[in-house]
Design a binder for this molecule. Structure first.
Ligand SMILES: Cc1cc2nc3c(=O)[nH]c(=O)nc-3n(C[C@H](O)[C@H](O)[C@H](O)COP(=O)(O)O)c2cc1C
Length: 237
């Protein structure tokens, strides 16, 4: 595994003999709002029509590019990668999610849906709950993505949302592994477990570790009506 040093201002990575550093940058406010709104719509739908009504959730499922060897070094995989609580809320929301999960235990899963939706909705209800410097996800399969990240923690994410706006963002960054015992891993696991047995998830029994994605660059890829000839992204309205 490569060495990563993260402080409040920058991320430094030792890649073999090469040392690379990036100033950390925050997630765009429009991205945070889109993520919150997409989740709110999902929870409303679940409340109205049950968890089986959830067919798609593109806001939560970006494509993660990692880099290996050979003529086609990019490896692409769809990944659940989402928002994490700001440090002041991390412990609180983790505990609240875990409390709802333990109350749900031993009862019919669908019976606990209202409480599960309520607690997660409270997290997404307020953008000040979010850590605007981080995204997080869980590893399941320990395939090429995991192998690449162990050698090279530099990665890119592409998020694409639904019409008519099609919000779309590329984030370049550095992936840090987190394991059981880490407060972020605990939150990621509790958040996943809240809906683990619902129809829109394939139930998994083990997550060997999680990922924290520290941002180094943001590129807004949202399409817009191009009205002239010759100009580039500056056309954006
Ligand atoms: C909708 C969807 C969501 C997925 N979410 C995850 C996830 O959160 N974690 C994970 O490890 N794999 C997830 N996968 C599986 C990965 O896309 C991929 O199959 C896995 O990482 C193995 O590919 P790799 O060898 O390139 O890593 C998901 C796949 C799909 C289609």
């Amino acid at each position: 595994m490569t060495d990563i040093i993260i402080d409040s201002e920058e991320v430094r990575v030792q890649l073999g003999r090469q040392s690379i550093s990036f100033p950390r940058i925050p997630l765009p406010p429009a991205f945070l709002e889109w993520q919150a709104t997409a989740r709110q719509h999902m929870f409303e739908r679940m409340t109205e029509a049950g968890a089986q009504a959830i067919r798609r959730q593109p806001a939560h499922l970006p494509v993660l590019a990692t880099f290996g060897q050979g003529p086609f070094p990019a490896n692409l995989a769809t990944r659940g990668m989402g928002l994490l609580p700001a440090p002041a809320y991390l412990e609180e929301f983790t505990r609240r999610f875990e409390a709802v999960l333990s109350e749900a235990e031993g009862r019919p899963w669908s019976e606990s849906l209202p409480e599960r939706v309520r607690v997660v909705k409270e997290f997404y209800d307020d953008v000040t709950h979010f850590d605007s410097w981080l995204l997080g996800g869980l590893e399941i399969f320990e395939g090429r993505t995991a192998e690449n990240l162990q050698r090279n923690p530099l990665a890119s994410l592409l998020y694409t949302g639904e019409p008519p706006a099609y919000p779309s963002y590329q984030f370049d960054g550095v992936v840090q592994f987190v394991e059981a015992g880490d407060p972020h891993f605990r939150f990621l696991l509790a958040a996943r477990e809240l809906f683990a047995r619902d129809a829109f998830h394939i139930h998994q029994i083990r997550y060997p570790y999680g990922y924290l994605f520290h941002l180094a660059a943001v590129r807004d890829k949202t399409p817009y009506p191009r009205r002239d000839h010759g100009a580039g992204v500056e056309d954006r309205e």
